[in-house]
Write a protein that binds this ligand. Structure first.
Ligand SMILES: NC(=O)c1ccc[n+]([C@@H]2O[C@H](COP(=O)([O-])OP(=O)(O)OC[C@H]3O[C@@H](n4cnc5c(N)ncnc54)[C@H](OP(=O)(O)O)[C@@H]3O)[C@@H](O)[C@H]2O)c1
Length: 360
């Protein structure tokens, strides 16, 4: 595989720091540009971050001396330095939409963690093990934008990264009909640590703005189909959620209840989970977990602290599958919100796009 030069827009943020750390020794990608707000622009990456570096691993040395560029004013310069950009910024939705279009129109593909374009009908929202085929929409998007290379692809919200991977493989044979999920979400999902959000110590906040809507709607795009020039969202499953912020640094856990069109046996579900793999495994992408879905039979697993880093934080852990009196089954599932759920998932999507020839 050829090497690609990449940029990170929003490099000083929580997700941006994860990008820095994951990309440090990436076999295909080298970070050549970092960008953030005017507050950080002009400083070295190390100076711009000051004491905001929040990961346990140290800041990559190779990046500390890069000069942070201005994400909005330096688009042409960044596009000339890199083959594509990752984007994770905290700005207003319409500003993000405009920013991502500007990079795409400068012929610089965008792999985005932001929600702004998730429901733009010709922008693929990809979990590489599940709906890799949605990248077929990219030529239609390029035609609309009038670009040769430039396009936008997005990652879904971190909250759905545990239960959609567990449910999707069951839908072909058994039809997933009704789903009720309560998510227990880490504070890093809000870009925070216990130092910057002390109210979260010994506390639970039963509200995450906009999260329940995303958690119910986004899976329907993942389940959708490419038809002509758009991705048509699916009309089922019916999903209802409650999203709760819990005092955990990293890792979103979901407690799921599910009803099928045709109820499978417990063994059939376990066998599908065990044997499931997707395009990411087929292509042997560098960030793909060897085993996408791990089932733990012990009653007290999966635990956030023990399992969130499974397969470099890219695998999904599942446990406690049992029959339910109102639905067919219930189970618990877990994924790392800033690895699989954010930067790691975006890097995997970029690997897919490279392997399929969309970044050349
Ligand atoms: N955290 C997660 O688990 C997670 C998961 C999925 C998706 N996301 C999404 O990823 C995005 C970033 O989240 P985060 O948690 O990393 O946020 P964050 O820690 O608040 O970081 C925000 C980043 O955006 C930059 N920024 C702010 N205003 C800007 C402007 N006017 N122009 C250019 N850059 C600007 C900041 O630069 P300065 O440092 O210069 O201010 C910083 O680099 C959000 O859209 C979020 O919804 C996050």
């Amino acid at each position: 595989m050829r090497k690609y030069n990449v940029g990170v827009i929003g490099a000083t943020g929580m997700v941006g720091q994860r990008f820095a750390s994951i990309l440090e020794n990436h076999p295909w990608f080298t970070v050549k540009a970092v960008a953030a707000s005017p507050r950080s622009a002009g400083k070295t990456y190390k100076e711009a971050l000051g004491d905001r570096w929040s990961l346990e691993t140290p800041m990559p040395e190779s990046m500390g001396s890069l000069i942070v560029l201005n994400a909005q004013d330096d688009i042409e310069k960044i596009a000339s330095l890199v083959d594509f950009v990752f984007c994770a910024v905290d700005m207003k939705k319409d500003e993000i939409k405009e920013l991502e279009y500007a990079y795409a129109k400068a012929e610089c593909p965008v792999v985005s963690n932001n929600s702004a374009h998730r429901f733009t009908s010709d922008v693929p929202m990809i979990i590489p093990e599940i709906n890799a085929g949605h990248i077929d929409i990219i030529p239609a998007q390029r035609k609309r934008l009038g670009t040769k290379r430039g396009f936008i692809s997005v990652k879904s919200n971190c909250s759905i990264q545990s239960y959609v991977p567990a449910l999707f493989p069951l839908s072909k044979d058994y039809g997933v009909k009704d789903v009720l999920v309560c998510t227990y979400q880490a504070i890093s999902g809000a870009g925070k640590t216990f130092e910057t959000w002390p109210e979260m110590v010994d506390n639970i906040i039963p509200y995450i703005g906009g999260e329940e809507e995303k958690s119910e709607k986004e899976p329907l795009k993942i389940w959708g189909e490419v038809k002509d020039d758009e991705i048509v969202t699916a009309s089922s499953p019916n999903i209802t959620t409650q999203c709760i912020r819990v005092p955990v640094s990293d890792g979103h856990l979901g407690a799921v209840f599910v009803k099928f069109d045709k109820k499978p046996s417990k063994d059939e579900i376990l066998s599908i989970w065990k044997n499931y793999s997707g395009r990411a495994q087929e292509l042997n992408l560098p960030s793909a977990p060897k085993q996408f879905l791990h089932y733990f039979p012990e009653d007290n697993l999966p635990q956030t602290k023990l399992m969130r880093n499974l397969e470099n934080g890219m695998a999904v852990s599942i446990g406690r599958l049992r029959e339910d009196a109102q639905f067919d089954y219930k189970f618990v599932c877990l994924s790392h919100n800033t690895l699989r759920g954010a930067a790691g998932g975006a890097v995997l999507m970029a690997e897919l796009l490279c392997a399929e020839g969309y970044m050349d």
